[in-house]
Design a protein around this ligand. Structure first.
Ligand code: PMP
Length: 256
């Protein structure tokens, strides 16, 4: 499991923001995740989704710690979008502000915003949607963070742009700067800067590293997968599959 502890801690923090809780604490979630994989004899790449549910049957909308319960499900992890490099558009839907439905957490209700943007993108012949914030700055994909490459430097918008507190993003920043020696800058990104990036990729637990070919029909670079994107993706795969000794502390063995 990749960064199990960080994922469960984020779940706990998200629950706190939403006045819910991990009913039996973090350790119970760790053990349940591992038991789920062992009982199902999972020996391939798998996506695991623990969720804290608010089980109230009151008429009024409420959030109460005592209504919390946890479920965990998993499904095989393949390519998130089955293409080598994807064509994306800037969505006409704006990212829900953190002050409306807290986008820095992972609230299930917030995925209606993601689903609307994805649906619009598909209807218009694109593979994925990029959200801007209400203020017009680049936020994130429907379920992925964004990295650009300009003149050899990796750039990603800060979490103040109404995007999730992302674990893959954080991991890739560490890999880029500490393992691969790339320069990285976190700063706001304007829409048109996407069009002139040398390279761009999306990332997430499901999306892993997904190269972007074009944004709003503007083809990036030479239209292939850029060299930095390629290297980041390969290194990410090496790390999550336990082939990088120095990053083994990010992994929790399922089969010991
Ligand atoms: N943004 C959103 C809205 C997401 O749902 C996801 C997927 N969890 C991400 C970004 C990527 O975050 P992470 O790397 O933590 O999976």
């Amino acid at each position: 499991m990749f960064r199990l502890d960080d994922h469960v801690r984020r779940l706990e923090r998200s629950a706190k923001v939403l006045c819910l809780r991990l009913t039996e604490g973090r350790d119970a979630v760790y053990s349940a995740v591992l038991e789920l994989l062992r009982r199902n004899e999972i020996r391939h790449d798998i996506y695991v989704r623990p969720m804290v549910i608010s089980g109230s049957n009151l008429l009024a909308p409420v959030l109460r710690e005592e209504d919390s319960s946890t479920i965990i499900w998993c499904m095989p992890l393949k390519r998130y979008i089955d293409k080598d490099a994807i064509d994306v558009c800037v969505s006409s839907w704006r990212r829900t502000p953190d002050n409306a439905i807290p986008s820095r957490t992972k609230p299930t209700g917030g995925y209606l915003n993601s689903a609307l943007a994805r649906r619009e993108a598909y209807d218009n012949g694109y593979d994925e949607a990029i959200f801007l914030t209400e203020g017009g700055m680049v936020s994130e994909g429907s379920a992925e963070h964004i990295f650009l490459v300009r003149d050899g430097t990796l750039i990603s918008p800060p979490s103040t742009e109404d995007n999730l507190d992302g674990i893959t993003r954080r991991s890739l920043i560490t890999m880029a700067t500490e393992d691969l020696g790339y320069a990285f800058v976190e700063r706001p990104i304007g829409r048109t800067e996407l069009y002139v990036a040398d390279e761009m990729f999306l990332c997430g637990t499901g999306a892993q590293v997904t190269p972007v070919r074009s944004v709003d029909k503007r083809v990036l670079g030479d239209g292939g997968i850029g060299p930095i994107t390629e290297r980041m993706s390969a290194h990410f795969q090496d790390v999550v599959h336990g082939r990088v000794e120095a990053r083994m502390d990010w992994l929790t063995p399922v089969w010991v």
